[in-house]
Design a protein around this ligand. Structure first.
Ligand SMILES: [Zn+2]
Length: 277
């Protein structure tokens, strides 16, 4: 079953409703390209500052979205993603970083983890794989950006280790969702991508890399991350995989491939809202 449900109002976005039942106050989801004020290539809900969109439009979009999710804009926290595997633990002091400018964002970071309420972790996508993490027992949340490089650098496994070693999570308690991203249907790559992946992972089931016998391959990044997570000790029934393809489902999403590089970014988010007493 598709873990992400489309919610049209007040701004079209996708949410994982089943996780809201695990932890009251949790909001976890993924934006669509609809409902914002950006123009041109970025029309209309571009949420990233690094793609040459008008800054004030991006900030307006971010404010509208946080408002729709019931968070204060001060909670929006983001990093400068570099296709690496560095993970930052987001303490209270880092709350709100990167919401207004790239310079202020958490630098060189593709994964964020926190156990603080009222922090909305966010990251940006146009085909790469968003990974959402939740330990409902220890109330720890995380978000990681995994393109082919982050996947090959095992950011998924590193996130699990951060939960375990920094927050005392038990692996069997952790839930992971693999979000909307480019599907194997639309993700053709060459040997430059396949060779490092094959030399890193010994356990790749055959269907993850479809060899077209012409130097090109169709790669299933969602399934590869699913396998990495199972090898990291996550229960298979705690891993949910979205079937949305950012290229096929072009009416909903920006796609770096489909839009030939000139496009906006969706945001993934996870945050635990708690009323201040
Ligand atoms: Zn597709």
């Amino acid at each position: 079953m598709e873990p992400f449900q489309l919610q049209e109002q007040p701004i079209p976005h996708l949410v994982i409703k089943s996780w809201q039942k695990l932890v009251p106050g949790l909001n976890v989801g993924f934006s669509t390209k609809k409902g914002g004020v950006s123009k041109g290539f970025y029309a209309t809900m571009n949420l990233a500052l690094h793609v040459n969109d008008q800054e004030e439009d991006v900030i307006s979009n971010r404010k509208m979205l946080t408002n729709a999710l019931g968070f204060s804009f001060d909670a929006w926290t983001s990093a400068e993603q570099v296709h690496g595997n560095h993970i930052e633990i987001i303490s209270k002091e880092k709350r709100g970083k990167g919401r207004l400018s790239r310079e202020d964002a958490i630098q060189d970071t593709d994964g964020m983890v926190t156990n603080e309420p009222n922090i909305l972790l966010t990251s940006f996508y146009a085909d790469c794989v968003p990974l959402f993490f939740l330990d409902p027992v220890k109330k720890v949340i995380g978000l990681a950006h995994a393109g082919w490089k982050g996947t090959q650098l095992k950011i998924a496994e590193k996130m699990i280790e951060t939960f375990v070693f920094a927050f005392g999570s038990n692996r069997e308690d952790i839930h992971v969702a693999i979000g909307p991203s480019i599907g194997q249907c639309c993700y053709e790559v060459d040997g430059k991508v396949i060779q490092p992946i094959q030399s890193t992972f010994s356990f790749i089931p055959e269907d993850i890399i479809f060899d077209k016998n012409n130097g090109h391959y169709d790669l299933d990044l969602k399934k590869l991350n699913q396998q990495i997570l199972i090898h990291a000790g996550i229960l298979p029934n705690h891993i949910e995989v979205s079937s949305y393809c950012t290229s096929c489902d072009h009416h909903l999403f920006f796609s770096h491939r489909k839009d030939k590089g000139k496009t906006g970014r969706m945001a993934a988010w996870i945050g635990l809202r708690k009323d201040e007493s």
